[in-house]
Write a new protein. Structure first.
Lengths: 284, 243
């Protein structure tokens, strides 16, 4: 086993986990909301980009932004439909409703795109870099750099701008925010749009690694859940750390033990961390 | 004198319970109106209803007009934009935001005609302590400092009428006196203010007019100078003031 190669694999894998999870981190942490259709949104974004390439003949570099835009619009629609539940912070109903959305999205995607696996190809996936015995693709580089950039910008926005203070204020007390002249419903729309657009970007960068299926999404939502909880709910830095940690663990466990037991082992790590540090890795 | 704020026939129900029963309130321009009453009299429910705000789900009836403009039906953030600004009882600031972030959340209106605009400098002149604590998070402040931030936040919104709910709750008497005196100074500069208080003695000394509430109804409304001798106030709230 080449340890450096496994570390590279782990970093790439981890950046993908973190990227797919970032929308949920903001949604749950900054707005105290949940969206269990997250995995199906990932699937839908991948298929939309694939369809844009197949049906419209656009390149991968146009298809992914189109998919991000489409998911952002879907975020507006979803939030519009759930506005009353969101304003009441009714998390139990939101969980059920978003689970329902997930099944509707999955069923619709199967009907429209069919049940067969499709190849969502990125030209960057075929362009590889060889450094001695080490190997990675430009897709890996873009995913890693894009994730670091997105997390950095997001951290700055949330912690250093008025927009970030708006989101944090609504997360802390949406009722009180109204007295500050803040339209909490608009802030929630913004957060939903970010969640949907971010998962679409994640799908655009991560999904080309393997064939896409209308039935996919469950693994993504589970891994997202692990990353968000492991990192400490709502912690942007914690999610990044947890994403990389999980990626590294998956790569090394897969190489050293067996890829077959990686998910079970990852949950064992999650349980251990939560027993030792109930607030997650970022807890102070 | 024209009324900055008129609330007419305000009724608030929680389920089958009537918390406020057809109350009329008027705050003339540049005046400080006080509202006193025992716990459960409906003071906070009334002032929240005027602001269109509640943590519960009350059913509110009645009209609210700000400088003649209809406010009822508008959500609280729209009323705040128009100058009807509430400082609620208790938690009136964000604990996880710094003093500066709390104050910067409010976007003062572009058109401040008929409003009372306060710059950050004005705020820090009014409450110098906040200038020293500007980088501290809300949860690290004392009760008095939090109340200063809550009031300052409201002032940043350039209120036409300020609604102040029990600012003295949990504060030392000296701080209460300082805060209310500061508020009176702003009224003397033209601000219209509706103050809900349990501390009738402090309120009577500062307001121009006083409403006395009991069980959701107004049982007395007079000039504060006349109310000082009202036996209902003396008996219920001022104790041995005249002894």
């Amino acid at each position: 086993m080449n340890l450096t190669q496994q570390v590279i694999n782990g970093l790439v894998l981890g950046s993908g986990y973190a990227l797919v999870a970032i929308g949920w981190t903001v949604l749950l942490g900054a707005a105290r909301l949940v969206n269990f259709a997250h995995g199906q949104l990932y699937m839908l974004a991948a298929f939309l980009a694939w369809a844009a390439m197949q049906k419209l003949g656009v390149s991968y570099f146009v298809a992914v932004p189109l998919s991000v835009l489409a998911l952002g619009l879907l975020g507006v629609a979803l939030q519009g439909m759930m506005q009353r539940l969101v304003m009441q912070q009714n998390l139990t109903s939101l969980m059920i409703v978003t689970l329902g959305f997930g099944y509707v999205i999955q069923g619709s995607a199967a009907r429209i795109f069919g049940g067969d696996p499709q190849t969502f190809a990125s030209p960057l996936e075929k362009a590889s870099v060889h450094l001695g015995e080490l190997w990675f693709t430009w897709q890996d580089v873009v995913t890693l750099v894009g994730t670091l950039l997105l997390f950095g910008v997001l951290w700055l926005v949330l912690n250093r701008t008025r927009l970030g203070a708006l989101v944090r204020s609504v997360a802390e007390d949406p009722k009180l925010a109204q007295l500050f002249g803040i339209n909490a419903a608009q802030v929630y729309i913004g957060v939903f749009v970010f969640e949907c657009a971010a998962v679409a970007l994640g799908a655009g960068l991560v999904a080309p690694r393997s064939p896409i299926l209308a039935s996919m999404g469950f693994d993504e939502v589970i891994l997202t859940f692990v990353v968000v909880v492991l990192g400490g709910i709502g912690s942007v830095g914690g999610s990044l750390l947890a994403g990389f940690g999980l990626g590294m663990f998956t790569a090394l466990f897969g190489a050293l033990v067996s890829p077959a037991y990686t998910t079970a082992a990852a949950f064992l790590v999650l349980l251990t961390v939560l027993v030792v540090r109930p607030g997650g890795l970022a807890a102070r | 004198m024209t009324d900055s704020l008129e609330a007419i026939g305000i009724t608030v129900r929680y389920g089958g319970n009537v918390a406020v029963d057809g109350i009329d309130v008027a705050v003339p321009a540049g005046r400080m109106v006080g509202m006193v009453g025992a716990n459960g009299a409906g003071k906070s429910t009334l002032i929240n209803a005027i602001a269109g705000w509640s943590r519960g789900t009350p059913v509110v009836r009645g009209e609210v007009r700000l400088a003649g403009q209809k406010m009822d039906g508008l959500p609280p953030h729209r009323r705040a934009e128009r100058g009807l600004v509430l400082v609620p009882e208790g938690k009136g600031i964000f604990a996880e935001l710094t003093v500066m972030e709390n104050l910067a959340l409010v976007r003062p209106p572009a058109d401040t005609r008929g409003r009372h605009a306060f710059s950050m400098d004005d705020i820090f002149t009014l409450f110098p302590r906040l200038a020293e604590r500007r980088g501290h998070k809300g949860r690290m402040l004392s009760g008095g400092e939090r109340q200063m931030v809550a009031v300052s936040r409201a002032l940043r919104a350039a209120p036409a009428v300020l609604l102040l709910d029990e600012p003295s709750a949990g504060l030392a008497p000296r701080l209460v006196h300082e805060l209310l005196t500061t508020m009176r100074g702003l009224v003397d500069r033209g601000l219209s203010l509706l103050l809900v208080e349990q501390n009738a003695r402090a309120t009577l000394e500062l307001v121009d007019e006083l409403y006395l509430l009991e069980r959701g109804k107004v049982v007395a409304r007079e000039a504060a100078s006349d109310m000082k001798d009202d036996p209902r106030i003396l008996e219920a709230y001022l104790g041995n003031l005249t002894a």
